[in-house]
Design a protein around this ligand. Structure first.
Ligand code: G
Ligand code: G
Ligand code: MN
Ligand code: NA
Length: 253
């Protein structure tokens, strides 16, 4: 078992695939964004969830090759959809902390945008709060990315630490409320309070807010009543193939 070789082979053989989960504006049920999520289509094991290989890839550093493939493929796909005349929406990719802290990350993103011809505002980079390691460096990188014109989201918001410090200092566009808070929104008053507070704080800070993991009409109505209108979750759609997402976008038109 050699993960490094396996991953290299997987990239070369096209064993990685992207699935896409729509983000919905619940005012009109339109798709306003899409998150690209990697899967490993192993010839023997079948579709392998990222939770099985991303943590190992992060440790070994292979995550950088994987995510460079993800970013390039996601931008290519989004550009292809735009060329088909489908609605222009941003595509989100997850960037690991390790990758985010690479000295050449801004150049890498710049190059992918050039190669694929995707306008920067249609790429959204999701980072997590575990990024605290070197806050000044993180801010500098985020400022460069912002200048480049790409969007930035904080993913899994509320599960890391010093969240408020990030909000104060990071040039970001969106907050994604972690699905662990959304799950019990109707049962647990603390979760409900946390979610409504995050939404309200995001609005005061002029940030867009997205709720993750929305699975039921009850969760949705709580979110809507608390003025969160952009959601992602199984209630609308699981992550689907590019082809399936394209059909959904067609209906958006
Ligand atoms: O899609 P699924 O729920 O199986 O994803 C499991 C986890 O894998 C999620 O936390 C998701 O953010 C993560 N993930 C999916 N694609 C990527 C990726 O390209 N990079 C990183 N770092 N994480 C990813
Ligand atoms: O960590 P991140 O937010 O990037 O994770 C996205 C992951 O959440 C994806 O792996 C996706 O499969 C999963 N996911 C998306 N919608 C739902 C949902 O409604 N419920 C649950 N349990 N997981 C979801
Ligand atoms: Mn994410
Ligand atoms: Na998340």
């Amino acid at each position: 078992f050699n993960l490094e070789n396996d991953i290299r082979r997987a990239i070369e053989n096209g064993e990685f695939v992207l699935y896409y989960q729509p983000q919905i504006n619940t005012d009109n049920n339109e798709i306003v964004g899409v998150e690209a999520l990697i899967r490993w289509n192993d010839p023997i094991k079948g579709l392998v969830s990222p939770s099985h290989f991303i943590p190992i890839a992060e440790e070994s550093g292979m995550i950088i090759d994987i995510e460079n493939w993800v970013i390039k493929s996601a931008c290519e796909q989004n550009k292809a959809w735009q060329n088909e005349g489908l609605p222009k929406i941003p595509i989100s990719v997850n960037l690991s902390t390790r990758h985010f802290l690479q000295p050449n990350i801004v150049e890498m993103v710049t190059q992918v945008l050039e190669e694929t011809g995707l306008a920067p505002q249609f790429l959204n980079i999701e980072i997590t709060e575990s990024m605290s390691v070197d806050i000044d460096r993180a801010i500098t990188t985020l400022q460069k990315l912002k200048k480049l014109g790409v969007q930035i989201s904080i993913d899994d918001f509320g599960t890391g630490y010093s969240s408020l410090n990030y909000l104060k200092n990071f040039p970001i566009h969106k907050l994604k409320i972690d699905r662990s808070f959304v799950r019990d929104i109707k049962k647990n008053p603390n979760d409900a309070a946390i979610v409504s507070t995050i939404i309200s704080m995001a609005h005061h800070l002029n940030l867009e807010v997205i709720a993750e993991g929305v699975e039921s009409a009850e969760q949705l109505s709580y979110l809507n009543n608390n003025r969160c209108k952009i959601v992602q979750g199984y209630f609308f759609s699981p992550p689907v193939t590019a082809q399936q997402l394209q059909l959904k976008l067609l209906k958006n038109n």
